[in-house]
Design a protein around this ligand. Structure first.
Ligand SMILES: *[C@@H]1O[C@H](CO)[C@@H](O)[C@H](O)[C@H]1NC(C)=O
Ligand SMILES: *[C@@H]1O[C@H](CO)[C@@H](O)[C@H](O)[C@H]1NC(C)=O
Ligand SMILES: *[C@@H]1O[C@H](CO)[C@@H](O)[C@H](O)[C@H]1NC(C)=O
Length: 614
C-alpha cells in the first residue's frame, strides 16, 4: 500500500509527539491568558512532582502525576486540556471556579480520565454528540454553571461508568438523550437549562427537582402529561444529517488548507539547504511512486546487490554527489544516495516515540527503513558519525545494524535494512500477511531466545551504558523470514540523553520511571516474553495504559493462583505436547520475574538468560 502525499503529511500532523509531562503542563499553561497563580510551573528542568517544590495544583503518587487541581486559581483563557494527554496516569482534573472560556475542553483525548470538574467557568458552545464515546472510564463530570448550548450529547448517556453528572445552569436545549446506563448514576442535575420533551424512563428514579426550571419537560415525574410525539418539536433528521455533511466538508477543506500550508512551509524550510534536504525526500517519495518502476527498469530486476549497487553508484555520480548527502556506514546492501531514496516508492510504517519511519523500496530491489529523529542531543557531525560507525560495526544475527545516515542539525535520518516480516508487534497483533498458524510455539520460542541473545550481546557491547538497549518493545523487534528476530532502535541513550525525547524510550515506561538502569531493559524484555506467550497487546505500550491488557498484573495474579494455563494464547495452548506446555509455563514465570516492579527484586539479565535457556 503506497500512501498519497496528503495522507503522509496528515499522519505527520495528527500523530501526537511524545511529550514529557512537564512539557505538556507548560503547553497547557501557555494556552491561558491569565495564570499568575501557577508561578512555579517553569521551563527550568524542574520536576512537577519534586517533593520540595511540587508545582501548584499538581498531586503526585510515587513520583507520577495523578491529579491536577486548579480549582479557584483565577485562571483565564481557553485551556488546552488536550495537551495533558501526554501526562500518563492522570486520573482527575479540576479547573472549576475560574474564568475559563471557549468550547468544551478536549478531555476526549485523555482516555483514562476518571473525573473532570469544569463547573463555574464561561465555557460555551455545542458539545458534539459523540464527544464522550472514548471516555469509558469517566465517572464524574461536572459542567454546571457554564454557558454550554445545543443538545446534551448522546454519548454522555452511554458512558458505562458514569456516577455523577452535573449539567445544571447551562443553555442546553432539545430532548434529554436516553440513558441506558442510568442504573449506576448516583448524582444527576439537569435543572436550569432549556430542555424540553419527555423525561426518559430510565431517569425516573431521580427527584423532580433535578429537572426543574427547564423550557418544557414533561412526564409522570413532573405530573405533566407529554403531548403526542408528532406534536413535539424536533428538527427533521434529514436536515440534521445534511448539516453533518456540511461540517464534514468544511473540516476536510480546512485540513487540506493546513496541509498545503505546511507543505509550502516545508518547501521554504529546505530552500536554503539546497538539494537533498530530507523533507524533500519525504515530500517527493510518494509523488514519484509510479515513476520509480520505470526508473529502476534499467537496474536488473533481480535482487543482485552487486550489479544494482554499481548502477546506483553511477546514477548518483551523474547527479553529482547524491551519495554525499547520505553517509554510508555499511555497504553490504549496496551504495545509495538521497536521490535514490527520493525516487523510491515509500510507505509510512508508523510514528514511534522517537520519530516517524518510512519504508522505501530502492531501485536495486533492496527495501530500507528510513527513520527520522527530530530531537537529539546537540552534537557535532563528527561525534554523531562516530556513534553511527560504532553501531554499524556490530555484527550479530539478532541485531539490526544501520546502513546509512543523514545528518542535519535539526533532524537526523537513520537508514537500515527492511526485515521481511515486519515487526513482532505486527506479526502478533496485525491483521494482514502472516498466518497465525505459523506463530506456533517453536517459532515463538525462537523469537524469545533470539531477543534474549540480542539483548545479552548489547549488554556486553555497551556494558557502560545505563541503557544498552533502552527502547525494547515488540515494534522494535523485527522478524526475518525464518522467524529469527532482529533488534532495532538500540543504544540511543547517548544520542537522546538530556532531551525530552529520551522519555519516549520504552525503558522510561518501566515502574522505576526516570530512574532507569540496566534492569529497565530486563523489564522491557519481560513484557515482550509475556506478550509472546499470552498473545495479548500489553497496556504498557500505551502512554496512558488505557487499552490493551495489563499483562504484568494479569500474569502475576494468575500465577499466584496457579491458573497458568489461562494465560497462554489459545492458539498455542492446545499443544498436545506436554513438554511444550511445561516450557510455556516456565517462561511465563521468567517473564513475571523480569517484570517485578521493584528493580531490586527483579532478576538480572544473566539470570534471565540462564532461565530462558539460551
Ligand atoms: C481541589 O481543591 C479544592 C480546594 O482548593 C477542593 O475543594 C476540591 O475538592 C479539590 N478537587 C479535587 C478533584 O481534588
Ligand atoms: C469558588 O471561589 C470562591 C472565591 O473565589 C469561593 O467563595 C467559592 O466557595 C468557590 N466555589 C467552589 C465550588 O469551590
Ligand atoms: C452564552 O451563550 C449565548 C449563546 O448561546 C450568548 O448569547 C451569551 O452571550 C453567552 N453568555 C455569556 C455570559 O457568555
Amino acid at each position: 500500500m503506497h500512501l498519497s502525499l496528503l495522507l503522509l503529511l496528515l499522519l505527520l500532523l495528527l500523530l501526537p509527539p511524545c511529550l514529557s509531562q512537564s512539557i505538556a503542563l507548560l503547553q497547557f499553561k501557555k494556552s491561558l491568558t491569565k495564570s499568575d497563580s501557577l508561578y512555579n510551573w517553569k521551563d527550568d528542568g524542574s520536576n512537577p512532582c519534586d517533593p520540595n517544590n511540587v508545582w501548584v495544583g499538581i498531586i503526585c503518587a510515587n513520583g507520577i502525576i495523578t491529579t491536577i487541581n486548579l480549582s479557584g486559581q483565577d485562571l483565564e483563557g481557553q485551556p488546552d486540556v488536550g495537551a495533558l494527554a501526554a501526562v500518563d496516569s492522570l486520573k482527575a482534573i479540576s479547573i472549576q471556579n475560574n474564568s475559563l472560556s471557549g468550547p468544551m475542553p478536549q478531555i476526549n483525548r485523555l482516555r483514562s480520565i476518571k473525573a473532570f470538574y469544569a463547573d463555574n467557568n464561561w465555557f460555551s458552545g455545542v458539545i458534539p454528540s459523540d464527544f464522550f464515546q472514548t471516555l469509558g472510564s469517566l465517572k464524574k463530570l461536572w459542567l454546571q454553571h457554564n454557558n454550554f448550548s445545543g443538545q446534551i450529547p448522546k454519548s454522555v448517556g452511554e458512558l458505562p461508568n458514569l456516577k455523577e453528572l452535573h449539567l445544571e445552569y447551562n443553555e442546553f436545549s432539545g430532548h434529554i438523550p436516553t440513558f441506558p446506563e442510568a442504573d449506576i448514576i448516583t448524582t444527576l442535575d439537569l435543572s436550569n437549562n432549556n430542555l424540553h420533551g419527555e423525561i426518559p424512563k430510565t431517569l425516573m428514579k431521580f427527584d423532580a427537582k433535578v429537572f426543574e426550571n427547564n423550557a418544557d419537560l414533561c412526564g409522570p415525574k413532573l405530573s405533566k402529561e407529554c403531548k403526542k410525539p408528532s406534536e413535539q418539536l424536533e428538527p427533521p433528521t434529514e436536515s440534521r444529517s445534511s448539516i453533518k455533511w456540511i461540517i464534514m466538508i468544511v473540516v476536510v477543506a480546512l485540513l487540506i488548507l493546513i496541509i498545503l500550508a505546511r507543505a509550502n512551509q516545508i518547501e521554504e524550510d529546505k530552500r536554503p539547504l539546497g538539494k537533498g534536504g530530507i523533507d524533500e525526500a519525504v515530500v517527493n517519495i510518494p509523488t514519484v511512486t509510479k515513476k520509480s518502476t520505470t526508473s529502476s527498469a534499467n537496474s536488473s530486476n533481480n535482487n543482485n546487490n552487486d550489479v544494482s549497487s554499481n548502477i546506483t553508484k553511477k546514477d548518483s555520480s551523474r547527479k553529482g554527489g547524491g551519495v554525499g548527502d547520505l553517509v554510508m556506514v555499511n555497504e553490504e546492501r549496496g551504495v545509495f544516495g538521497l536521490q535514490d531514496l527520493m525516487k523510491a516508492a515509500a510507505e509510512v510504517l508508523g510514528n514511534g516515540g522517537l520519530g516517524s519511519a518510512y519504508k522505501a523500496m530502492l531501485g536495486n530491489g533492496v527495501s530500507v527503513v528510513v527513520k527520522r529523529v527530530r530531537e537529539m542531543n546537540q552534537m557535532s557531525k563528527e561525534v554523531f558519525d562516530g556513534e553511527m560507525k560504532k553501531l554499524a560495526r556490530l555484527n550479530h544475527q539478532n541485531i539490526l545494524t544501520p546502513l546509512a545516515y543523514h545528518f542535519r542539525k535539526e533532524e537526523k535520518l537513520l537508514v537500515s535494512e527492511y526485515v521481511p516480516k515486519g515487526s513482532l508487534l505486527y506479526v502478533l497483533h496485525g491483521d494482514r500477511g502472516v498466518s497465525h498458524a505459523e506463530l506456533n510455539w517453536a517459532n515463538r520460542l525462537k523469537i524469545i531466545k533470539g531477543v534474549a541473545r540480542g539483548v545479552m550481546f548489547l549488554h556486553t557491547e555497551f556494558a557502560s551504558y545505563p541503557l544498552p538497549h533502552g527502547n525494547l518493545k515488540s515494534s522494535n523487534v523485527l522478524i526475518g523470514l525464518e522467524y529469527e528476530p532482529v533488534l532495532s532502535d538500540y543504544a540511543f541513550h547517548p544520542l537522546l540523553n538530556n532531551t525530552p525525547t529520551v522519555q519516549c524510550m520504552f525503558a522510561y515506561k518501566s515502574p522505576e520511571g526516570v530512574n532507569v538502569s540496566q534492569k529497565s531493559d530486563v523489564y522491557c524484555m519481560g513484557i515482550i516474553i509475556l506478550e509472546i506467550i499470552t498473545g495479548k497487546y500489553p497496556s504498557q505500550y500505551f502512554n496512558n495504559q488505557k487499552g490493551g491488557t495489563d499483562v504484568v498484573q494479569w500474569v502475576k495474579s494468575a500465577l499466584g493462583e496457579h491458573r497458568e494455563k489461562e494465560l497462554i494464547d489459545p492458539e498455542i495452548s492446545s499443544s498436545e505436547d506436554e513438554e511444550d506446555v511445561r516450557e510455556m509455563v516456565k517462561l511465563l514465570h521468567v517473564g513475571a520475574a523480569c517484570t517485578e516492579s521493584e528493580p531490586d527484586e527483579r532478576i538480572d539479565l544473566k539470570d534471565a538468560i540462564r532461565r530462558i535457556g539460551v
